[in-house]
Design a protein around this ligand. Structure first.
Ligand code: 13P
Length: 246
């Protein structure tokens, strides 16, 4: 399986920030891991151009469940693909919180992404209250079950475990806690799709940075990272790519 270093720029970056892409590609032209950046939709086409003929893949951060229609302000999976995306992040906790996205909606969007030929990165993760209440596995298990389409394969879906309380906070779960959730996600997928589950990439996300990347990537069942803040700077994201390629 090829590991995946994915960066989520969230609502950050303008055309000038594309210089980070040039810097990243000159420092890491041919990493062993797969390298992905998901910029705001306004930058997808330009970033795709900046990354032409390179190892960098481009992704969206959300899509609509329908292919086209009267949905002002929304973007379909086919449109992302047309702009140069090959991946789309779905069900990020910020979208679940800011836009009230349910598991059902996330699954419908993921189905649309697969129909359009995109790889769906489906996010799951517990809040701090849920972790403190001992509900972590129940919460991520329910999200996984209801958000991931039945057509899931090792090729068309990636799962990102992002504890909500670790996002943008500088705090991370212990290595044992990350390993426990990833082993659980692998087992749940195996119960659903059998042997295929061994090839589904499971990313950890939440305050991944150059200083903690290597120890997280050394864990069993961690097949890469979904990186927020540290993906905005080529030097930081490049160091994470290097740790995953080691
Ligand atoms: P940070 O890496 O900034 O904590 O964000 C993680 C995240 O939400 C990636 O999708």
């Amino acid at each position: 399986m090829r590991k995946l270093a994915a960066g989520n720029w969230k609502m950050n970056g303008n055309a000038a920030a594309l210089s980070e892409v040039t810097a990243l590609l000159s420092a890491h032209p041919d990493p062993t891991c797969e390298m992905l950046l998901c910029p705001p939709a306004t930058l997808i086409a330009q970033m795709n151009w900046a990354a032409r003929n390179s190892a960098l893949r481009i992704g969206g951060q959300d899509c609509h469940a329908k292919a086209a229609g009267a949905h002002t302000g929304d973007i379909s999976a086919a449109m992302l693909k047309d702009a140069g995306a090959t991946y789309v992040i779905l069900g990020h906790s910020e979208r679940r919180a800011d836009h009230g996205e349910s598991d059902e909606e996330v699954r419908t969007k993921a189905e649309a992404a697969l129909d359009a030929g995109l790889i769906a990165i489906v996010c799951v993760g517990e809040t701090e209250l849920q972790r403190d209440a001992g509900q972590t596995l129940a919460v991520v298990g329910a999200q996984l079950k209801a958000s991931v389409p039945d057509a899931v394969t090792a090729e068309n879906v990636v799962i990102a475990y992002e504890p909500v309380w670790a996002i943008g906070t500088g705090r991370t779960p212990t290595l044992d806690e990350i390993a426990e959730v990833h082993a659980f996600l692998r087992a749940e997928l195996a119960a659903r799709i059998g042997d295929q589950a061994t090839g589904v990439r499971l990313l950890y996300g939440g305050s991944v940075k150059p200083s903690n990347a290597a120890e997280i990537f050394a864990l069993a069942n961690v097949d890469g990272a979904l990186v927020g803040g540290a993906s905005l700077k080529a030097a930081d994201f490049g160091a994470i790519v290097a740790a995953l390629s080691a």
